[in-house]
Write a protein that binds this ligand. Structure first.
Ligand code: IMP
Ligand code: MG
Length: 332
């Protein structure tokens, strides 16, 4: 049976509104699976279900649309947080136990990973034990989901799930974090410990031949949470954008540092991830603040005349990628 996968990938530093896009696309009913392919409870994915705000951390957002949802090989999973989240989400998805699966070779986050992180790591992480869990994985001393008794009933082999399925398989891959938080392509060391780009999908048990469309998600400005220096604090318009855009972390509540869109970075992330479409979220925030600035292709800050010239500039930066501008809900 044919397998086809599409992916939603963050083009900036996370919090671009990926979950909103995933939820909207899945509501059209064209997918059988939703796959989280990297990260763990460091993510905070916010969607609105009948006007109610729902935040997922380790379980794919797709479960809220009743789609079979897989926590993939590239993820790390905290068992207690997983069960807490299952219970929290069961309010919206009563049959959640039938929908969620965990790759047998997904690694486990232990309490000692969180303790270790609190002791050693000073880059402004989400304190979910992510770095130490991946370190142990690569040290080949980690535990995997298949080793945990209480997870047995959720375990799957992604290869079997996708390639030995009696029905056609249509997978929407839900990226967590984003390309500039990637362990290799991000702002090292102010990044996360997983692979957040398209390459990661292949390592989750999907052949590159079966990946079709990559949809990049960006914001019309950038935000970053962590200890790296990102925002020009003397520029009051940036504070205003952060305020109007309600830029506070969904996992830690921290204020996100805010900066203008960097086109040089956007060009690179669209190119390296092969994005055929990029959704530029939160255009309305720039409209409300009345600032149409961006860093151009040479990294110079330029001030464009109006909304149309802003859109035009972004479009001509990435001529091979379709661009759709989109507006709030604000907290993403
Ligand atoms: P960690 O992933 O918790 O190790 O954090 C590493 C860096 O990635 C920190 O700067 C975090 O704030 C950032 N980060 C991790 N996950 C997310 C996310 O889902 N959205 C935004 N930033 C994130
Ligand atoms: Mg988030």
């Amino acid at each position: 049976m044919k397998v086809k996968a599409d992916a939603i990938i963050g083009m900036n530093f996370g919090d671009e509104g990926k979950a909103k896009v995933v939820n909207t696309i899945l509501s059209e009913g064209n997918y059988t699976h939703c796959l989280r392919f990297n990260g763990g409870s460091n993510a905070g994915h916010t969607v609105y279900i009948n006007g109610e705000k729902v935040v997922t951390h380790c379980i794919p957002t797709g479960v809220l649309q009743g789609v079979k949802s897989i926590i993939g090989t590239g993820c790390v999973l905290n068992v207690k947080k997983f069960f807490d989240e299952m219970e929290y989400l069961s309010k919206w998805v009563p049959n959640i136990e039938d929908l969620v699966k965990i790759a047998y070779n997904c690694h486990i986050v232990k309490n000692r990973h969180i303790e270790e992180e609190n002791r050693e790591i000073k880059i402004g992480t989400t304190k979910q034990g992510i770095g130490p869990a991946y370190r142990e994985k690569y040290n080949r001393t980690g535990h995997r989901a298949e080793d945990v008794d209480s997870l047995k009933r959720f375990i799957t082999d992604p290869y079997h799930e996708f390639y030995h399925n009696e029905k056609p398989v249509r997978i929407l891959c839900e990226g967590a974090q984003a390309f500039y938080l990637d362990i290799d392509w991000g702002f090292y060391p102010y990044c996360t410990s997983s692979h957040c780009g398209v390459g990661s999908i292949i390592n989750n048990g999907i052949s590159y031949k079966d990946i079709n469309n990559i949809i990049g998600v960006s914001k019309c400005y950038e935000t970053y949470v962590g200890a790296g220096s990102f925002q020009d604090l003397s520029d009051k318009a940036l504070d205003r954008i952060g305020e109007v855009g309600q830029e506070f972390g969904a996992t830690t509540g921290r204020k996100r540092q805010t900066n203008y869109l960097n086109c040089k970075r956007l060009i690179k992330s669209c190119k390296l991830n092969g994005a055929s479409l990029v959704i530029m979220n939160k255009l309305d925030i720039l409209r409300e603040v009345g600032v149409w600035k961006l860093f151009d292709m040479e990294n110079n800050l330029i001030d464009l005349d109006n909304e149309d010239s802003f859109k035009e500039y972004v479009r001509q930066c990435i001529p091979d990628t379709d661009v759709v501008f989109s507006e709030s809900p604000y907290d993403i």
